[in-house]
Ligand binder design. Structure first.
Ligand SMILES: *[C@@H]1O[C@H](CO)[C@@H](O)[C@H](O)[C@H]1NC(C)=O
Ligand SMILES: CC(=O)N[C@H]1CO[C@H](CO)[C@@H](O)[C@@H]1O
Length: 214
């Protein structure tokens, strides 16, 4: 009798746990940037999926980055930097080489500092031999781990801060908090990735990313 009751209790408990864990099974972030159908995007392996975040490992690739840009806001810096990178892929470079547009445009920011670096992924076709240009830096990056949070709409400085905080919160209590805190110890840098051009008003996808070492 006693045992039967306990088994009943146990099975109710287990079914609650199982139902509970099903309901909480995290899904991949799931907004595929429509810009990646039109423009080449950097490739990555999905390492883990959490509740509201993803861990990705980006494949090694060459990027083109601006010098650091001082600006009163992140959005202003992104505009200035993107114009420079856009000219670069349109042929304003030492080889007069035209390249295809890629996505996303990545802005690197550090809390409390008004200097930013803007970067674009170099198309696969040009990765072997990207042209140099004054004031821009060709940067080969090794495979890089990042933790990612997606959001839609237009990015503002306030939105980026808010999403950054939400990303940190989503990591609390996960196995990733320790490697991320350890791996980014040297810098507070985070990245804001914008996939869509400004004239695209709906279905916009942005990501906030924090790179870390394992
Ligand atoms: C741009 O991409 C298209 C389609 O992949 C390709 O045919 C074309 O050669 C590329 N243009 C340049 C300038 O690389
Ligand atoms: C910024 C930069 O390096 N621009 C160069 C790109 O290539 C053109 C054509 O060779 C040069 O005139 C620019 O100075």
């Amino acid at each position: 009798m006693e045992t039967g009751l306990n088994i009943l209790k146990l099975s109710i408990y287990l079914s609650l746990v199982l139902v509970g864990s099903c309901a909480l099974t995290p899904k991949p972030l799931g907004m595929r940037p429509s810009s990646c159908d039109q423009y080449e995007c950097p490739t990555f392996k999905l390492v883990d999926v959490g509740n509201g975040f993803e861990i990705r490992m980006y494949d090694s690739a060459v990027w083109i980055s601006t010098d650091s840009i001082s600006a009163p806001s992140m959005t202003q810096a992104t505009k200035t930097g993107f114009q420079r990178l856009f000219n670069y892929i349109q042929g304003d470079n030492k080889s007069k080489l035209k390249m295809n547009m890629t996505a996303p445009v990545i802005t690197e920011a550090t809390p409390g500092k008004s200097v930013y670096t803007i970067s674009l992924f170099i198309p696969k076709k040009n990765q072997q031999n990207p042209p140099q240009a004054d004031g821009l830096h060709v940067k080969p990056l090794k495979p890089t781990y990042v933790v990612v949070r997606q959001f839609s709409g237009y990015v503002s400085d306030d939105v980026a801060v808010k999403e950054g905080i939400a990303l940190q919160r989503s990591l609390v209590g996960t196995k990733w908090i320790a490697p991320i805190l350890k791996g980014k110890a040297k810098s507070e840098t985070y990245l804001v990735a914008v996939y869509d051009p400004p004239f695209q008003t709906t279905g916009r996808v942005n990501e906030i990313m924090v790179p870390f070492h394992m």
